[in-house]
Structures are given as structure tokens and as C-alpha cells.
Unconditional design. Structure first.
Length: 163
């Protein structure tokens, strides 16, 4: 995973995993327009723009990011539904997390279901694995529609030049 892809008009929803043994297995789902800057903020803490839930619990690693949303509203709705799968009306059919099920496994299974239902199944989304350790173990569990590519490289958002 040495390659870096540049993407214009970038709106992404990402999944973080906590590498700290004290908080092992914790996850965080968020929205960003700049993945590189956002992971730095999470690892620096709430004082530097990171989320309160991730503050002082790092280091965090960005495992995957879903991007290709047409606008920020669409990405934020996806983020909310993924974070709140237990109350989202679009995800009523998704079983609740079992007590013995790992949170990360559950987040991946919810993502897999979300990519198969509307409105998200109709969007030109890309599922991008950013951490090869997790990609090797979990990539087979994510099976999006055929028009959604799965990528295994870093991503950089590029500003759009407007004349």
C-alpha cells in the first residue's frame, strides 16, 4: 500500500481503530474532507481538533475510508447512519450487535449492509483500505455492489481550482 491517489471534491467517512492496549478494540466513525489532517487531529487530542471520544485514547489508526459522495450532506448522513445503526430507519433490518461480537467486526458488517441499500447502493462510492493489516483480515467481509471499487492505497484530497 505504497501508492497515494489524489481525489478532487473529496468527502469521506472513515473508521478508526484504537491501537492503545488499554482501550483495545475501540472504534470511531467520522467524516472528513482531508484524511491525513484528520488522523493527526485525532491522535493529538481534542485541543487540536480531534474528537472528544478519541482524545487521550490514542494512538488511532485509520483503517478504511468510504468516499465518492456527491456532497457533504450525503456523506454526513452516511456517517450518522453508520454511527447509529441501532436507530437508523434505513438499517432496521440489521441485527443488533451481539454481546460477544467484537465492535470492529460489527462495524464492518453494518458497512457491508449499508453499501447494499438505498440511497447508498446507487452512489459511485469507493471503499479504500488504508491499513494493510486490517485489509488482509477483513477485506473479504466487505462485498459492495459491482460499481463500487475496493482500493488498497492512501488518499490525498486535492483542492479544485476555480477560475
Amino acid at each position: 500500500m505504497e501508492d497515494v491517489d489524489e481525489v478532487e471534491h473529496f468527502f469521506g467517512v472513515y473508521l478508526l481503530y484504537c491501537k492503545n492496549p488499554k482501550y483495545k478494540g475501540r472504534t470511531y466513525i467520522g467524516y472528513t474532507v482531508d484524511a491525513k489532517r484528520r488522523i493527526k487531529q485525532h491522535n493529538a487530542g481534542a485541543k487540536f481538533g480531534g474528537a472528544w471520544r478519541t482524545s487521550n485514547k490514542g494512538p488511532w489508526t485509520m483503517v478504511l475510508i468510504v468516499h465518492g459522495f456527491p456532497n457533504d450532506i450525503s456523506a454526513l448522513k452516511f456517517e450518522w447512519a453508520w454511527q447509529h445503526s441501532d436507530v437508523s430507519r434505513r438499517l432496521r433490518h440489521v441485527p443488533k450487535k451481539k454481546s460477544k461480537q467484537k465492535t470492529f467486526d460489527y462495524r464492518i458488517s453494518v458497512l457491508n449492509e449499508m453499501l447494499k441499500i438505498g440511497p447508498w447502493c446507487r452512489l459511485p462510492l469507493t471503499i479504500r483500505w488504508l491499513d494493510s493489516e486490517f485489509a488482509n483480515e477483513y477485506s473479504m467481509q466487505v462485498s459492495p455492489p459491482l460499481h463500487m471499487p475496493i482500493s488498497y492505497s492512501k488518499v490525498v484530497s486535492r483542492k479544485i481550482d476555480i477560475f
